[in-house]
Design a protein around this ligand. Structure first.
Ligand code: MG
Length: 271
């Protein structure tokens, strides 16, 4: 499949979609507390996205039953929101969501602490988020896609964590998933050349222990770590431009929405 190239005129449409995605995450952040169910979070997100004129891009995608993917603790991705899944103090939750606004898709994930979490869990979240920004910095015309994964993998492994291999980032655009695949591991000389006009979803999924994962045999969706250790996930939809990467899923003009974005600023944003 060919890699789609989007025009500068389409950027505001992606930005509008990305803004709904970002605002949904920030709305959810205030509800993430011990005692809330992932079903409640799902309903809040769906209500907000639909009120904003968008559609939940995941709902019904290959039959997925939720608007959000809610993945708690050792769940890596694709967790199904449920009334039976109630968040507890010390949990971490990865929330992944996609918005289709007027035919333009955005895809973004954040991992949040629930109440007070262990220093180990906090470090995993911070390293995962920073690895995303290091990957985004490599998303410039002239580099190959492999440069993104190499930057992520080096940083993550230097911190003693592992990069999930079984799932990767992807192109995004007028479809939720487009070419090219964007591994969070690999070598900078590998993969297709990055070109201005590409729209990509970069999404490191980082494990505390082994990189190996299993899909839940009962619900056929939830991907878990093989060893039961924690996993974290961050994702942004990123426009490749000749001026560098621009994040569609952060507010326009946001302090961190430039190639030199600093993790410190992101942490401040979150807290
Ligand atoms: Mg994605």
């Amino acid at each position: 499949m060919a890699i789609n190239i989007y025009s500068a005129k389409e950027l505001p449409l992606f930005e509008a979609s990305g803004r709904v995605s970002y605002d949904t995450h920030m709305l959810l952040r205030d509800y993430i507390k011990p005692g809330v169910s992932t079903y409640e979070l799902n309903q809040i997100a769906q209500g907000y996205i639909e009120k904003s004129g968008g559609k939940c891009a995941f709902l019904g995608y290959h039959g997925f039953p939720g608007c959000l993917c809610t993945s708690v603790n050792d769940h890596v991705v694709h967790g199904i929101p449920s009334k039976d899944q109630v968040l507890a103090d010390g949990d971490i939750i990865s929330i992944d969501l996609g918005v289709n606004l007027k035919g333009y898709f955005s895809d973004t994930a954040w991992t949040w602490p629930v109440g007070t979490i262990s220093p180990e869990a906090r470090k995993l979240i911070e390293v995962t988020q920073k690895s995303l920004y290091l990957g985004i910095k490599e998303a410039i015309p002239g580099n190959k896609i492999g440069a993104i994964g190499e930057a992520i993998q080096k940083y993550v492994e230097a911190n003693g964590y592992s990069v999930v291999r079984a799932l990767v980032g992807h192109g995004v655009g007028k479809n939720l998933h487009e070419d090219p695949p964007i591994p969070n591991y690999g070598r900078r000389k590998d993969g297709p050349k990055i070109k201005a006009g590409m729209m990509v979803a970069i999404e490191p999924m980082i494990n505390q222990g082994t990189y190996k994962v299993v899909t839940d045999s009962r619900d056929k969706w939830t991907v878990r770590t093989l060893d039961g250790k924690l996993s974290a996930h961050f994702e942004h939809t990123v426009a490749i431009t000749s001026d560098g990467p621009i994040l569609m899923t952060l507010p326009k003009g946001s302090e961190v929405n430039v190639i030199k974005m600093q993790h410190a600023a992101m942490t401040k944003e979150r807290n």
